[in-house]
Each structure stands twice: as structure tokens, then as C-alpha cells.
Design a protein around this ligand. Structure first.
Ligand code: PHB
Length: 402
């Protein structure tokens, strides 16, 4: 052994006790991740996954010296059953300490009783039906409720877009009905005349929207509010609206930002120009925090990629989990996690967010988006902001939100 390596050996031995002491305290927290990793919604799972991983990579110190082990399960479909089985296994066999992910509302709803029984906290990264956190005291949500967009969109349509009458079309499952109710409530409270609402197929397959849209065209509303679960559904909505000449017929296509999702926007072409939506995030936000986030995303995943509202939810959800782990110094319980998240404030790429201590739901800005064409690409322009919105469904105590 050379002098040098003998010296190194001694130095390492001297350091070892400290390393062991530190290692004894550092915990690895098992986090069960339930997302659609295959099937028609796989791009949603991919977005959220990328957002989570980017947070972990960029913020190694946020976990208070502890680490996370992500145990991933494919929820495949929106129906609830596969996700519920995955959650049961994650709790009983894998002994996860935190559950996260959940794109589709029925998957979060079906899993809620297991969260309560198993005393494992759930941090929801998408599923937007307003009353979901009411299903278990151990649920907190970092994404949105359908009312963050639908309710202000209703008011804005009447007050600023000059729509005296409106119709709504929605994907026929809980968040679709919730989004319809949110829009209708906001629109009617402002003074608008709500003509009709049309269920337009399920979340699993993209339907042919033509018969539904034709019915709306015949009814001639000033505004047509549409909720579909982002992705390929949204692309088909814009295409059908254009094919039927509804814009030229004087109808304005509006909705939550799910129908102008960043990852789908360029593919929508010029038909999307002029659409107005309300949402809490676009990759086009000009704030320094968002520009840094988008830059880090492109550096990690490629210049031709972009985060969207699901990607930012993955990032923010992991920030919430890190905060809970750090606050509890790695001794994670359901009560401790929820306590840590109540009132938690964070400077997200989307803007300031907070978890409302009473409802365990997110408080955030709702922004009015307009699709514009700029430098040869479609872009989201923020034309108005309703600051720090608490879920209006719970604030107004409507239906199951009471
Ligand atoms: C939901 O199932 O809650 C959901 C899915 C996709 C969206 C919004 C909400 O874009």
C-alpha cells in the first residue's frame, strides 16, 4: 500500500463513525405512486413522473436529510378498480408511508376508504372533483378543483366576454359533472342564461364529438363551455369545433385550461387561436420562477418538451411531500403529514400556493388564458387573474361540498 492510500484508509476509517451516525438518522420514506403509466392516459403519468423526479433531483436538501423511495403502480384506466387494488397492495404489502399521484377522480375516490383505514396520507397531484378531500381526513390536494377554473370562467364569460347565453358539454364522469356545475353556478350568478348541458361520452375513449357539437350549434349559445380530461380528448374538441364552423357561427369556445393543455396546444393549429380558458398554470407564464422551471425541464427532458399543468403538479406534490417529511424529521404518520401540510405555503412555478388548513385543498391564482399566435407558434397569454382562489364549491357549500 502506498503512503497515499494508507493515509486515505485512515482518513476514511476516522470518518466512518460519523457516516454511520448520520446514516442511522437518515430515513428512506416509501412513497406509493399511482398513475396511468400505460393506455390512453400514459402521457399524464409521464408528465407527473417527470415533475416529481425533477423536483427530487433539483432539491436534494428539501427532504431534511431523508430520502424517498418511489414505488410505482400503473392505474391504467379511470374506472377506480385497478387503482384501488394497487393502493391496497401498496399499503398492506409494500408498507408505503405516503400515497401520491392520482390523475383520475374515480381512482382517488375508490381509494379514499383504504387511506382512512390504513392511515396512510394521500397527496393528490391531479384528480379535481371538488369534494374528494371530504372522503378522508388524510387527503390533501396540490392540483386544483374543477371549481378553480369553472366558476370564474362562468363569471368572466358573462361579464367580460359578452356571453348572455351559454351551453356546456362535458365528459360524463364526476369531474365533468363538477366542472359543468361550477361553470353554470358562476355564469348564472353573474346573470347569464344557461341553455343546456350535454354529456359527451366517457374519459377512456375519445368519442366522436360531432353529434354533441351539432346540437350546441343549433341551440346558438354565445359561449360553449367544454370540459374534457385534457390529452387527446382536448385535441378532438378543437378540431370538431372548427370542422362544424362554430366559430364562424358566432359561438365562443371556452373551458378550463384542460382544453388548452401546453403539451397539446401546438398540435391544435390555428383553430385554437382566440380560445379563452381559465387555469392555474401554463408553461408560457413569464414569471422568473416559471421560466427557471421550464428551463430546468427542457435541460432534463429535451428542448422540444414542455411541462404542463400535470408536470407542475408532480413538482409541487413532491415539494409538499418533502415538506411533510422534513417537518416530521422522517417519522412519517398520516396525522403528522396532514398537520404539516395544513397552511403550507410554497412559491410554485405556477405562483404562490397554499394548502387551506380547513379543507386541505389548494389555494391559488385562477388565471384567464387567451390562445394567441406569436412568432409562428401558439402561446398562452394571461389576460386576467383572480388572486388566491379557495375552492368555490366548498366556500359556497354546494352539494357534496357542504
Ligand atoms: C379527473 O379525473 O379529475 C381529471 C382528469 C383529467 C383532467 C382533469 C380532471 O384534465
Amino acid at each position: 500500500m502506498s503512503m497515499k492510500s494508507r493515509f486515505l484508509g485512515v482518513a476514511l476509517a476516522a470518518l466512518a463513525p460519523f457516516a454511520i451516525a448520520a446514516g442511522a438518522q437518515a430515513k428512506e420514506i416509501k412513497v406509493g405512486v399511482v398513475l396511468p403509466y400505460s393506455g390512453g392516459a400514459a402521457s399524464f403519468g409521464d408528465q407527473i413522473d417527470k415533475g416529481m423526479n425533477l423536483f427530487i433531483k433539483s432539491n436534494p436538501d428539501a427532504f431534511g436529510g431523508h430520502t424517498v423511495k418511489l414505488i410505482k403502480r400503473d392505474s391504467k384506466r379511470p374506472g377506480g378498480d385497478i387503482a384501488k387494488n394497487a393502493v391496497r397492495e401498496l399499503i398492506t404489502r409494500d408498507k408505503v408511508q405516503i400515497l401520491t399521484g392520482f390523475v383520475f377522480s374515480p381512482n382517488a375516490m375508490a381509494s379514499a376508504p383504504l387511506v382512512t383505514q390504513g392511515k396512510v396520507p394521500m397527496v393528490i397531484m391531479n384528480a379535481g372533483t371538488a369534494w374528494i378531500p371530504k372522503l378522508s381526513p388524510y387527503i390533501a390536494r396540490v392540483s386544483f378543483t374543477m371549481w378553480h377554473a369553472g366558476y370564474p370562467m362562468g363569471k368572466y364569460a358573462y361579464e367580460k366576454l359578452g356571453c348572455k347565453s351559454a351551453a356546456a358539454g362535458y365528459t360524463d364522469y364526476p369531474p365533468g359533472k363538477d366542472s359543468r356545475d361550477a361553470f353554470k353556478t358562476g355564469f348564472e350568478s353573474a346573470g347569464g342564461k344557461f341553455l343546456e348541458s350535454i354529456p359527451m361520452g366517457g374519459p377512456r375513449e375519445v368519442p366522436d364529438f360531432t353529434p354533441f357539437f351539432q346540437r350546441v350549434k343549433n341551440a346558438k349559445p354565445d359561449c360553449f363551455y367544454v370540459f374534457v380530461p385534457a390529452g387527446n380528448h382536448a385535441s378532438a374538441v378543437v378540431k370538431t369545433f372548427a370542422n362544424l364552423g362554430m366559430k364562424d357561427a358566432g359561438i365562443k369556445l371556452i373551458g378550463p385550461g384542460d382544453i388548452t393543455q401546453d403539451t397539446k396546444l401546438q398540435g391544435m393549429g390555428d383553430d385554437a387561436v382566440g380560445m379563452v380558458t381559465v387555469h392555474h398554470y401554463s408553461a408560457d407564464y413569464k414569471t422568473p420562477a416559471n421560466q427557471a422551471f421550464v428551463k430546468a425541464w427542457k435541460a432534463a427532458y429535451g428542448n422540444d418538451t414542455t411541462p404542463d399543468f400535470m408536470g407542475v403538479a408532480g413538482w409541487d406534490g413532491m415539494a409538499a411531500i418533502a415538506h411533510a417529511i422534513k417537518t416530521q424529521d422522517g417519522n412519517v404518520t398520516a396525522e403528522g403529514t396532514i398537520e404539516a401540510l395544513k397552511g403550507w405555503k410554497y412559491a410554485s412555478p405556477r405562483g404562490s400556493i397554499m394548502i387551506d388548513p380547513e379543507t386541505r385543498d389548494i389555494v391559488q391564482d385562477s388565471n384567464v388564458h387567451r390562445v394567441v399566435k406569436k412568432d409562428g407558434r401558439l402561446a398562452i397569454e394571461v389576460i386576467d387573474t383572480i388572486p388566491q382562489v379557495k375552492d368555490p364549491c366548498k366556500a359556497l357549500k354546494i352539494g357534496k361540498c357542504k
